[in-house]
Design a protein around this ligand. Structure first.
Ligand code: SAH
Length: 219
């Protein structure tokens, strides 16, 4: 047992150095979070030995846990502060939410597939991540009762920037969302200022579909 956990610790450190720092991620809070969160516990037992690899992995229900680097890139782009409240759409395995929870005051995360929602909620309890609030719902409408948020992250590909999410940002708030077709997207960042929005394109990416009222329609 002990040997195993040392092995994962070593793999985690190599992931941070070779995949994340080597590609230019510098935010100390982001790097510290990646060194802490046990990514191997966010995948099924059969995939544990691959958990620190440079690729996404299946998590069931035809969904995936994102490649470590894309999680790091999106997290850094959110420019987080320690008293921020952050909304995530697409809990999935819970890994991205766990990373956010190391950095900010509170994370609100929404998942539309019940089994994934329940599994993630149980894991957060087990790992004592008490600053993550989970919800089973269509996240494309945001979470009005808990808004506004300092930052919003969408971890599924949208056909367009979901307007409800922009409207639930504070002035000075940041939104990161993959936008494109069902095969490939661009990572879009929105900065909300007092009277307008600034949009930046952070480059290509590939996510599963955001399905919901302001996303793709169910097949
Ligand atoms: N952040 C996750 C990535 C999961 S993949 C992780 O770290 O593992 C994207 C997830 O978004 C899937 O679980 C999918 O079911 C979910 N999703 C898709 N559309 C959604 C919607 N409208 N509301 C909430 N979750 C959604």
């Amino acid at each position: 047992m002990e040997n195993k956990s040392f092995k994962y610790e070593r793999q985690r450190e190599e992931m941070v150095r070779n995949q994340i720092e080597a590609r230019g991620i510098k935010d100390p809070g982001v790097l510290a979070a990646f060194r802490k969160v046990p990514r191997h516990l966010f995948v099924s037992e059969a995939l544990r030995d691959q958990a620190y690899g440079d690729y996404p992995l299946p998590i069931g229900e035809q969904q995936t846990i994102s490649q470590p680097y894309i999680v790091a890139e999106m997290t850094q782009a959110l420019e987080l502060n320690q008293d921020d409240r952050v909304l995530e759409i697409g809990t999935g395995s819970g890994y991205q939410a766990a990373i956010l929870a190391q950095i900010v005051y509170r994370v609100y995360t929404i998942e539309r597939i019940r089994s994934l929602h329940i599994q993630a909620r149980n894991l957060f309890d087990k790992l004592h991540y008490h600053n993550i609030v989970t919800r089973y719902a269509d996240g494309t409408k945001g979470w009005r009762n808990e808004s506004p948020f300092n930052a919003v992250i969408v971890t599924a590909g949208a056909p367009a920037v979901p307007e409800a999410l922009v409207n639930q940002l504070v002035t000075g708030g940041r939104l990161v969302v993959p936008v494109g077709n069902q095969h490939t997207q661009e990572l879009i960042k929105i900065d909300r200022s007092k009277n307008n929005y600034q949009q930046t394109n952070l480059g290509g990416c590939r996510f599963v579909k955001l399905v919901g009222e302001h996303g793709w329609k169910e097949a």
